[in-house]
Design a protein around this ligand. Sequence first.
Ligand code: C2E
Ligand code: MG
Ligand code: MG
Length: 421
Amino acid sequence: MHDALTGLPNRRQFSSDLDNHLPVQGGERLSLMQIDLDDFKPVNDTLGHAAGDVVLRETAKRLQAVLSEGAIAYRLAGDEFAAIQRGGRLGQAERLAEAIITAFKEPFTVDGIDVFVGASIGIAIAPEDGNDGEQLMRAADIALYAAKNDGRGRARSFNRSMLIMLEQREMLRRSLRVALQERQFFIEYQPLAEAGVIVGFEALLRWQHPFAGIVPPNVFIPMAEADGLMGEIGEWVLEQACRQASAWPAHFTVAVNVSPAEFLRKGLTDRVAHILDSADLRPERLELEITESVLLERTTNNLDTLHTLEVLGVRISLDDFGTRYSSLAYLKNFPFDTIKIDRYFIRDVATDEKSQTIVRSIIAMAHGLGMRVTAEGVETETQANWLQKRGCDRLQGNLLSVPMSPDAIEGFLRQASLATQ
Ligand code: C2E
Ligand code: MG
Ligand code: MG
C-alpha cells in the first residue's frame, strides 16, 4: 500500500481511504486535492531519472511538512500526488493548497543544480462537489485542469462553471478534426522590418470556427498537438505559406512556426524539401521558427534534423527565446540564424531596467555567436528606438502592422515603400 520511492501511501491506499471516508454525513467535510508537478518532465529528460527521483522524494517531504493534522498525502503515479483532508472547515483546503504552492516556489537542489518545479492543485470538497470517490476525483481533476490552464503554479477549487469551460473545449476539440477538410483554417502574415525596411513576413495560423468565431492559435494548437493532428495541419501551413511567398517579390522571406510535434515527426526535412520544390521557393527564403521546447526532447536526434535543414539552405530561428528552459548549450551546438526575443521582455523594455539588461545581454550574446536578433511584439516608437539603438536587427509587432490577410500584403508594401521614399 506504499510507494517504494517516496514512502508515501500509494494509489490503492488512496482509493481505499476515499471509500472508507465517503460519503460524509451530518455537516462533516472532506477535501480532496489533486497535486501535479509542473515541468517535471524536462527535469527527467535533461538531468536524468536519478534527478527526477530526487525531486519526487523531496516533493513527498515538502508535502508532509506542510500537511496539518488530519491530512494525508499520497503518490498516485509519476508526478501525480494527492492529499485528503478530513473535517475541514470551508477555506481550510484553500489555505493548505496555498501552503503547498509556496513550498514549491523554492528550488530543488539536484547534484548542486537548482531546478524549479512548481505544483498545480485542483481541490474538490465533499459533499458539495460530490459525495463518492469517483465524483470527487472527477471534480478535483477538472479543477486541476483549470489550474494548469490558468498558467500553472496555482490552486483552483472546483466550481460548476468549469464544466461549461470544459464542454466548450471538448466541443472545439471535436470540431478540430474536420477543420482541415472543411477549409476553416487561414493564415495571416505579420511583417518584419530591418532598419526600417520590410524584409519578410511571419505566417500565423487562424481558425475560423463555424459558430465560435476566430479561435486563437494558443487555444487550438495545444489541442491539435495532444490529438496528433498538428503534423497534418503544420504541413498545410507550410504549403500555403511557401506558395503565397513565391508570389511576393523575391527578396521577401517567409517565417513558419514549427511545433514540437511537427518537428519530431519523421521525414520533416523531406517534406520541407518537397514543399519548397513544388512552390518553387528558394530555401533561403524560408525561415522555420522552433521553440526551446523542441530542443528539450531527447527522443530523436533533433540536432541532426536541424543540421539537415541547414544543409538544405533553410534558415532556423529560435522563437520565444527566454521564456522556457533556455538551454544555452544548444546555442553553442547549433548555428541558429536568428534569435527571437519574446514579447514578455519587449513589453516594458522602454521603462524596465531588468528587461533592458536582459534584452541587451541577449543581443550581445547572439551577435557574439553570429546570430541575428528579432524583437517580437514591438508596439511603440519608444520601444523601437530603444531596440534599434542597442543593435537589435529586426523588429516585428503591431507598430509595423498587425497580422494581415495575404490579399492585404500588396497594398501594405506599396504604402510602406512610399513611406520610406
Ligand atoms: P509567435 O510565433 O511568437 O507569434 C507572435 C505572436 O505575437 C502572434 O500571436 C502575433 O499576433 C502576436 N503579436 C505580434 N505583434 C504583437 C504586438 O505588437 N502586440 C501583441 N500584443 N501581440 C503581438 P498569435 O498569432 O496569436 O500566435 C500565437 C502563437 O501561436 C505564435 O507565437 C506561435 O507560437 C503559435 N502559432 C501561430 N501560428 C502557428 C503555426 O502555423 N504553427 C505553429 N506550430 N504554431 C503557430
Ligand atoms: Mg513565431
Ligand atoms: Mg514568438
